[in-house]
Design a protein around this ligand. Structure first.
Ligand code: SF4
Length: 312
């Protein structure tokens, strides 16, 4: 179902059902393949196979080294660190040209996991996962285990679409003024995560006069993506919905006011999903061409994003 303009997401290849694991098996994750695969197109990577370790192969683990963590065979102790690192340098160059919008990593893997056991040291990221985080620090990432939780999945999907919007903005707009104006459009979205979060991210603009546009854009993107990691809460959504309700209610008939107020209360009490009050309010914002809200990303998520939004 994914189309040419679908967002590209890097993924640990075994999660797609490819038989690339050390034992010739896979870790197909049907939620990722069957649900997220409707909207995302995959850029599969198996660091260990692409580094030449072969299938099947001896399993590997991480050991604390003198200057850096090493990846070694569990039985033989053969050191694969250099092969993995050489592959990673090449691969990061390729990935840089692909406009990735996110990365889904296999948990627990010495290559792909975000927090992995290390013999003789505290847990740390797998070698490839660390390299991804260093090269693309603002790129949304998640492990497959997190995505089973609907709230965490929603959060990842939201970050992917927000990252995409921001990257598109950077390719078409080139001024600080336009960046500041675009930030006004994410006010409700950020404040649903935590009241005042929008203002915190806007703090980036205080440094504007000392930075080039590129530097400012990079810092802004980092601040925005970090802020969106704060989980959105039911009370955060309610407070944002209430703000919109207060803004539209004076221009609607009393019966509509009542209907809107009831849907907000129903949402607050857990009787209806967020989509119910959100769709109603969006309708009246559009009808009124309400200047305060009609460009808010919170009210206008992409249809593809809605398709992946769980009923929470
Ligand atoms: S976890 Fe990473 S390295 Fe291991 S099989 Fe999956 S993709 Fe390959």
């Amino acid at each position: 179902m994914s189309s040419d303009d679908s967002l590209k997401i890097g993924i640990s290849q075994c999660l797609l059902g490819e038989q690339v694991r050390y034992d010739g098996g896979h870790k197909r994750n049907s939620l990722i393949v069957d649900l997220l695969g409707q909207v995302f197109s995959w850029v599969p990577v198996c660091p260990e196979v692409e580094a030449g370790l072969g299938v099947p192969r001896e399993p590997v683990e991480l050991h604390a080294g003198e200057s850096a963590t090493r990846m070694v065979g569990v039985e033989t102790g053969v050191d694969h660190t250099d092969a993995l690192n050489r592959f990673t340098v090449r691969k990061l160059e390729d990935l840089d040209g692909l406009s990735l919008r996110g990365f889904i990593l296999k948990s627990g893997s010495p290559s792909c996991g975000r927090q992995v056991e290390v013999e003789g040291a505290e847990p740390e990221p797998g070698l490839f996962a660390r390299a991804i985080a260093e090269r693309f620090p603002a790129l949304p990432t998640a492990e497959e285990t997190e995505l089973a939780d609907p709230f965490a999945r929603q959060n990842f999907v939201e970050r992917v679409f927000a990252y995409d919007r921001q990257q598109k903005f950077f390719t078409s707009q080139r001024s600080v003024g336009q960046l500041v104006m675009s930030h006004a459009q994410v006010k409700l979205q950020l404040d649903a995560h935590r009241p005042g979060l929008h203002a915190e991210v806007a703090g980036t603009f205080k440094e504007a006069k000392d930075l080039s546009y590129e530097e400012l854009g990079e810092r802004y993107l980092a601040a925005m993506m970090e802020a969106l990691k704060v989980p959105a809460t039911g009370s955060g959504h309610f407070s944002v919905l209430k703000t919109v309700f207060e803004g539209v209610k004076k221009d609607v008939a009393p019966a509509v006011q009542k209907e809107l107020a009831r849907s907000l209360q129903d949402y607050r009490q857990g009787n209806v999903p967020l989509a119910v009050p959100l769709s109603l309010l969006r309708h009246y914002v559009r009808v009124q061409q309400n200047p305060h809200f009609n460009q808010q990303t919170y009210l206008e998520p992409e249809p593809r994003e809605l398709l992946l939004r769980p009923q929470v």
